[in-house]
Design a binder for this molecule. Structure first.
Ligand SMILES: [Zn+2]
Length: 137
């Protein structure tokens, strides 16, 4: 199909531009650099502790910087943690890490996932609500 300028101006054809937000390279500002250093020093060790305390086994942990999630878990058992976690109070950091650890056993947000999360983090609903007050940078 050949599209003319007339088609666009008349609205017969609409051009949609999608921005790949998640793939955008975020700037390594001094603040981000600092958060990354803190995250590398703290998060892997804390994730290991939480996993051992609650009987979870993961494969690898990586520190990521994105504005789309606080953490993620892959089917291969790898956990990604956002360096923004270092801006959160300790109990919210733990909540995010426990949430991702629960995905090692349930790769969804179904009733079994929530029952498991409830068992390792009884306060998870209130913590989830508090987490919404924070924005990823
Ligand atoms: Zn989840």
């Amino acid at each position: 199909m050949k599209i003319t300028l007339g088609d666009i101006l008349s609205g017969r054809v609409r051009i949609v531009v999608r921005r790949r937000r998640a793939r955008r390279k975020l700037a390594e500002t001094p603040e981000v650099k600092q958060l990354r250093a803190e995250a590398k020093a703290y998060l892997p060790a804390r994730l290991k502790e939480l996993a051992e305390m609650n009987g979870f086994r993961y494969n690898q942990v990586r520190i990521k910087h994105n504005v789309s999630n606080w953490g993620s878990c892959s089917v291969k058992g790898n956990i990604n943690l956002n360096l923004n976690l270092m801006r959160l109070p300790e109990e919210l950091r733990d909540y995010v890490m426990l949430h991702e650890l629960c995905h090692l056993k349930h790769m969804n947000h179904g009733p079994e996932f929530h029952a498991l999360l409830e068992s390792v983090c009884p306060d998870h609903l209130a913590l989830r609500k508090r987490l919404r007050e924070y924005k990823l940078i």
